[in-house]
Design a protein around this ligand. Structure first.
Ligand code: SF4
Length: 308
């Protein structure tokens, strides 16, 4: 098995959307890392064994030297990965300059129609662009293509519809994620993230649909017990989990280093998840990432049902 060492490299702090749940909002000052700095980091990390680079933003494709950065990372034999709002891929010229150098792209899509995607992204032009972007990617892109949706009170009933939309564009890997309670996601968490008891039937419906279409679906930031007997669709199981990451913290167990994530230079999407007293009785305790503390503080652990 080839060992992967990944770095998450923040290259740009700007975005053309203003998502209502943006976890990076506090950091988006419009700046970008210089090409020289990026080059130095890529060279240094490669010599230390890194072989996968995740270019992070903001919106990474907005870096003014994005095509050059991709060419350099390929010349250094990195595998390259981005999460993108796909707006730049609505341009044929941009696709031609960048797609040959990208190994994995995860498209952010937060609604199955213009209204919901536009409200979630606070960008009235976003849906038209992401639609054209997916069309271009279907036509011109040969790498691994995935999609992701941040679950909000506006779209949770339509996860199946979003899965169907991406499937029509040939995308067969789909990640649905909880709102991450940092930045705007923290300020608006209770306003925009549905309660698990309300969300759960729609999660199961989306899983059933994806199974029928052979779409690989997974859920991040959601406790395994909320997925019930479909817990194998938890993102927590997608990367190796280390039980010694757990540390007792005021009667709760906190994950200091999340499953499969690296300590340095890495993007920790699961930060802030905790285990409650109920989890101590749960047979999945060692493989589940727990519940966001932000969620627990308002709603407690009443909806958690420990596995026997
Ligand atoms: S009870 Fe706790 S450990 Fe068990 S699945 Fe639910 S959140 Fe995870």
């Amino acid at each position: 098995m080839v060992h992967t060492r990944r770095i998450d490299l923040f290259i740009v702090k700007k975005c053309c959307n203003r998502c209502i749940f943006c976890s990076e909002r506090n950091n988006l000052d419009g700046s970008e890392l210089s090409f020289e700095k990026i080059k130095n980091i890529l060279v240094a990390e490669r010599s230390k064994g890194a072989n996968l680079v995740h270019f992070v933003g903001g919106e990474p494709t907005l870096h003014s030297h994005f095509p050059e950065i991709l060419k350099l990372s390929k010349a250094l034999h990195y595998n390259t990965f981005i999460i993108s709002n796909a707006i730049m891929f609505s341009s044929y010229e941009f696709c031609i300059k960048t797609l040959p150098y990208l190994d994995e792209i995860m498209i952010s899509i937060h609604g199955h129609n213009n209204k919901i995607h536009s409200i979630n992204t606070r960008n009235p032009a976003a849906f038209k662009s992401v639609f054209q972007g997916m069309k271009n990617l279907k036509k011109y892109y040969k790498g691994r293509l995935q999609a992701t949706t941040a679950i909000t009170s506006l779209n949770y009933k339509f996860l199946t519809n979003i899965a169907e939309l991406i499937h029509n564009f040939g995308i067969n890997e789909y990640q649905c994620m909880s709102i991450v309670p940092t930045g705007e996601g923290s300020r608006k968490f209770y306003e925009i993230f549905p309660k698990f008891s309300v969300l759960s039937p729609h999660v199961i419906k989306a899983i059933n649909f994806c199974e029928s279409k052979n779409i690989k679906i997974r859920f991040s930031g959601i406790p395994m017990c909320i997925l019930g007997d479909r817990y194998q669709y938890s993102y927590d199981l997608w990367e190796p989990f280390k039980i010694d990451n757990q540390k007792d913290h005021n009667g709760k167990i906190r994950l200091w280093n999340e499953p499969g994530k690296y300590i340095e230079n890495n993007f920790k999407i699961d930060i802030g998840r905790i285990k409650t007293r109920k989890c101590k009785k749960c047979s999945k305790n060692s493989i589940c990432g727990g519940v966001y503390e932000k969620y627990f503080l308002k709603y407690s652990d009443a909806e958690l049902v420990p596995f026997k």
